[in-house]
Design a protein around this ligand. Sequence first.
Ligand code: SAM
Length: 255
Amino acid sequence: MPTSMPDSFYETNKAVTEYLIFHYGTKDDLLLDGIGPAEALGFPRRCGKLHQSFDLDRNRALDLGCAVGASTLAMSEAFQEVVGIDFAHALIDSAQRISAEKEVVVPIAVEGELTRDISVSIPENANPERVAFQQGDAMSLDKSLGQFDFILMANLIDRLPDPAQCLSQIHSFANPNGLLAITSPYTWLEEYTPKEKWLGGFEKDGEPVRTRDRLLELLDPQFEFLESRNLPFLIREHERKNQYSIAQATLWRKR
Ligand SMILES: C[S@@+](CC[C@H](N)C(=O)[O-])C[C@H]1O[C@@H](n2cnc3c(N)ncnc32)[C@H](O)[C@@H]1O
């Protein structure tokens, strides 16, 4: 079984802080003097709501690679029971803390070593009592998790050592008619995924291999492809530096 993640960035204080702001920060926290792409804000919450335009049961939902949990909490607005799983203990600890305390103080980077404290909170409509966060490995999920009506994998696949292997087991966790949402900017890096395991972003026999096409090949036997959408997102590094990316969301219905 491949082990997940190299010396993990996701266990650092920097990651915890950046993800708390990414997941729970307001426009004022994120954009200096309001400058920047407002359409890229609230990405985790938008991911947690990707099920909204589809007809499905709303009993159980799973957020794989949930980080500090804003998508998981957004899912708790509609689903009776939501499980959030992440490999990084530090991120799961933070998810559990904000879910229990509803509000936490985060020292956000200003410039160099300077930080300032801000408070971030979970949305009013979240139902944290419906949510269970647990540390776990998307590469080897336990059957005892059961089946779900909605599975979200937000920006996870290009951080896995063998995404195809992870995807090959995912159908067994989806209820018939259940929805699977995979979002990713397809930022393939050898640091996380050996090149021979990338789903796309290279040439084979002189032809470009694109991740979305490969997802179709891998998922088609068990899932019907529904649609894809562009989902911009912004990760704040410090007061004057943000990473702007556009994930592709692909939506799938379990056959
Ligand atoms: C790019 S972040 C995305 C986090 C969150 N879904 C979001 O959209 O903000 C990738 C996440 O996947 C988690 N992760 C990486 N490998 C994992 C694995 N094998 N099992 C579960 N989570 C994993 C990381 O700890 C990190 O939280």
